[in-house]
Design a protein around this ligand. Structure first.
Ligand code: BG6
Length: 484
């Protein structure tokens, strides 16, 4: 397959929080990989901005170390690294004061795209937006990129939207949900809207239920303080899982265009039913395999925050009424596995009276690892012995099917940053979408708080609390196995 790397326009990208964890782990290594791929024109500049006093050389050195640690060895090409770090600069900045802003302004060039990535605490969004405006560092075409957490409830999300709207139009604001940058997540749209095959079946009449699983093996270690205030609901469901659900459930947009796509996602969020307490199971991992329990990691022995959540979600619209969506996500589970499984209904009538072995058709979209799709279909078990049925997968691994190009899929952050420079907001959340997601999430969280609900314990390395099994068993269904 031919490489289709199309260079973006030259740009000045300022990364606030440039010395921080996300910048060093994801943003700088991601930019280097795009540079290596020939997508970033050499006349672009990347400026780290943070509180620490440092010069360009210091930031370049820090970034070299980040590349050495977070970029695959076979991609670490000394000449490319030298050329890339030569594009890096640094400005020490006081987000809440006046220091550094004049210096930053001097670094910005005319005639190139200006993008400002706020890889900082949301409490600084307002200060930074205000100073960018005050020092006339932005122009009407500038883009501002913000990271999650985008608020912790509807009220705080509204306040953040308001602060940004004071100095930026919605068309300039890029709210990152890195799940939307994942190759397979975008593939959901291609599978649905570039094939005639699935769309006629994509409705309650033919779909029995949908399972969305994002299982992680990692703990919250190191991020306990943040996580304990968030929990799986705020950390994963309100954003990443909600986006997955929207892409599965939305109506076909009239065009692959930012607002057309986001309008359709918003309609799904607004059609979500409130979730009954009985339709949610929350869990906390126990200590195991020499590792801490959640309570130890969170350093809060009385914590009622969930590190696991499973829930049944109903969508009240014409297409999905009667097809539940089961979501589950958690830390310290058996395996790192994210997938969406669409289970179809039984054929209306079986002509095989004595046929054993019948199972439902399932379309499994594997997000990670081993990105790809499986379509589980029934065939006749080969050989004599009458009509026995067997379920077999029509398996497609994207890396295998697409050869080298499939194996070299850009990381979500790489793709999203390039989209910012291209000015394409399709894979970013619009303000009203984020607010609608919080409006659905808030009452659920308030309910737990009011009832003082404690999560159930689950063993580290398991597939979650026992009660989560019941959530499906009582509906005559079962979770797909999380395989090691
Ligand atoms: C982040 C969450 O947004 O997504 C983390 O804050 C989580 O808790 C991570 O581990 C999962 O992302 P990925 O890309 O590893 O599936």
């Amino acid at each position: 397959m031919v490489s289709r790397v199309i260079p973006v326009d030259p740009f000045d990208l300022v990364v606030f929080g440039g010395t921080g964890d996300l910048a060093q782990r994801k943003i700088i290594p991601g930019l280097y990989r795009r540079f290596l791929a020939g997508q970033i024109p050499p006349e672009s500049t990347i400026i780290g901005a943070a509180r620490s006093e440092m010069d360009d050389a210091g930031f370049q050195q820090l970034s070299r170390e980040a590349i050495a640690e977070f970029v695959a060895k076979d991609k670490q090409e000394p000449e490319a690294i030298d050329a890339f770090v030569a594009r890096l600069g640094y400005v020490a900045i006081d987000a809440k004061g006046e220091g550094g802003w004049d210096a930053l302004k001097k670094r910005m060039r005319e005639g190139v795209v200006r993008a400002f990535y706020l890889s900082v605490a949301p409490s600084l969004f307002g200060d930074i937006a205000e100073r960018l405006h005050q020092y006339k560092i932005t122009d009407p075409d500038s883009r501002i990129v913000v990271e999650k957490p985008f608020g912790r409830d509807l009220e705080s999300a509204r306040a953040l939207n308001k602060v940004l709207a004071q100095h930026f139009d919605e068309a300039q604001i890029y709210r990152i949900d890195h799940y939307l940058g994942k190759e397979t997540v975008q593939n959901l749209m291609a599978v649905r809207f570039a094939n005639i095959l699935f769309e006629p079946l994509w409705k309650s009449e033919y779909v029995d239920h949908v399972q969305i699983t994002v299982a992680e093996t990692v703990s919250v270690e190191g991020r306990g303080a943040y996580y304990d205030r968030a929990g799986a609901m705020r950390d994963m469901v309100q954003n990443h899982m909600m986006q997955l659900l929207c892409l599965i459930a939305m109506e076909p947009p009239y065009h692959f265009d930012p607002d057309a796509v986001r309008d359709e996602k918003l309609k799904v969020i607004r059609a979500l039913d409130p979730v009954e307490p009985d339709d949610i199971v929350r869990g906390q991992y126990l200590a195991g395999n020499g590792q801490n329990s959640y309570l130890q990691d969170a350093e809060n022995p009385a914590s009622k925050t969930e590190s696991y959540i499973a829930m049944k979600v109903n969508i009240s619209n014409w297409r999905w009424k009667g097809t539940p969506f089961y979501l589950r996500t958690g830390k310290r589970l058996r395996a790192r596995e994210s997938e969406i499984a669409i289970t179809f209904r039984e054929p209306p009538h079986s002509i095989f009276d004595d046929a054993e072995g019948w199972r439902e058709n399932v379309l499994v979209i594997r997000l990670q690892p081993n990105e790809g799709m499986d379509l589980m279909v029934m065939i006749k078990e080969p050989g004599p012995g009458g009509m026995r049925l067997a379920q077999v997968p029509l398996d497609m691994s994207f890396a295998e099917a697409l050869g080298e190009e499939g194996a070299d899929i850009p990381d979500a952050y790489e793709r999203l940053i390039m989209d910012v420079i291209r000015g394409n907001q399709t894979l970013f959340m619009r303000g009203d979408e984020v607010e609608a997601a919080w409006a659905w999430t808030d009452p659920i969280i308030h309910g737990w708080e009011q009832r003082g609900e404690k999560p159930k314990s689950y063993d580290a390395g398991s597939s979650g609390p026992e009660d989560a099994l019941m959530l499906m068993h009582r509906d005559g269904r079962r979770w797909r196995e999380i395989r090691e």
